[in-house]
Design a binder for this molecule. Sequence first.
Ligand code: NDP
Length: 316
Amino acid sequence: MYDIIILGSGPSGLTAGIYSVRAGHKTLLIAGTKWGGQLMLTTLVENFPGFPEGIQGPQLMINMRKQAERLGVDIVNTDFTATDFSKQPFKATAGGKTYQGKSIIITTGADSLWLNVPGEKTLRGKGISTCATCDAFFFRNKNVVVIGGGDSAMEEAEVLSHVANKVTIIHRKDSFRASCAMQEKIFANPKIRVIWNKTITKYLGTDKLTGLMLKDVKTGNEKEFKTDGVFLAIGHKPNSTLFKGLDLDEKGYIVRKEVKNEKSLLKYRMATNIPGVFVGGDVADYRYKQAITSAGFGAMAALDASRWLEENGLKN
Ligand code: NDP
């Protein structure tokens, strides 16, 4: 029996683990066979404080994991295949074993959506990115492209316009779905232009992205477009499909409930609709999507879970 079971091993899960054991809770973290989350797919991370020269994404995750293990988090490298939050103790099945926990923290993250066209896999991190906040810096005075027509695409273009020479938003339709306010900002920005009704059929370049093949959705004509970088902003898929009974929003993100605490006046900020089940990181956050905010949400979830165990007489 564990006090806290954490599902997911990105910055949010590992930070939740560190806070949980340091609060004296017997803690299990089900890391998954591909542990570490999205940072395992990145290269240099320069916006995580504490590393003046930056740090490689996978190394940052190895460090976090070592820290969690040293402090006493039990970590299993299997994928969980089922959960049962219908009654206490909660259950999570992974690698053929069923683990029991008095509380749960879900930090399963979200995956960026990709176009899945030729060249994408080999040029990831070599000109193709899914995070302008993380990578805009590498495109100072370069020409870059943003793909998508939602709020994220507008935001990515805006961020990039502060450093890049020129930003081109390429969208498959002739109008954006982004909010009016975001669109107005984009149209007023002299560094940003828009190409409508085009899809990408191929990325060009071998060691480094050099351009794209663009297809006109109306005529079917294809044309080469030169660019130094592509930022995909076509949405994310939160990893929330294995949970029954949890409230999700229309895009599948777990809904956080601000639950008022009866005994003190503090609220649980990282609670879900199921008492005792908490959430942290990108599986409940479409807005910030940063390693540092994820880690912060993980810490908040563990602090909430810890207080909840105590207030419900479940603390050892
Ligand atoms: P959205 O799902 O809103 O938009 C995705 C965009 O990508 C759409 O324009 C869509 O085109 C396009 N797209 C999807 N698949 C493809 C594809 N295969 N090829 C080409 N284009 C594609 O995702 P966002 O990440 O923009 O936003 C997610 C949520 O987060 C939204 O609710 C948004 O409002 C919110 N958000 C809010 C922010 C804020 O308030 N500041 C900032 C960022 C996000 P199409 O339109 O044709 O379907």
